[in-house]
Design a binder for this molecule. Structure first.
Ligand SMILES: [Zn+2]
Length: 116
């Protein structure tokens, strides 16, 4: 819940700074698969918290990047679904996991002023 609360506040600040007067149409979020954040609970919290705010009518678009394993022995890189400690290519355990923990607001789409 608090993540979404903070998100809505962040959107409010950014919209105010942009000087736009229209409604927010959509929000693009990036939530890595290893971030520990469940997209369903984000959507649920958003539905609960958004009414009455400037994102009340906004559509949530969520992207979930996969983490990538990189192997120090054979230099292979794989996108992975879950944390693993072994390289798929050579079986080495000399690997690092990169990415997948992102949690950020990518962009805010505003309604265009209709000019009437
Ligand atoms: Zn390898």
């Amino acid at each position: 819940m608090s993540i979404v609360q903070a998100l809505i506040e962040q959107v409010g600040v950014e919209v105010a700074e942009s000087g736009h007067a229209g409604n927010v149409v959509a929000l693009d979020l990036i939530i890595g698969r290893l971030s520990g954040v469940h997209v369903d609970s984000i959507r649920f919290a958003f539905e609960v918290l958004s009414p009455g705010t400037l994102v009340a009518d906004a559509q949530l678009r969520i992207e979930q990047p996969r983490p990538e394993l990189s192997c120090r022995d054979c230099n292979a890189r794989h996108e992975i679904e879950e944390i693993t400690v072994e390289c798929d290519s050579c079986g080495s355990r000399n690997v690092t996991i990169e990415g997948g923990t992102e949690l950020l607001l990518q962009s805010i789409e505003m309604e265009e002023p209709d000019g009437t």
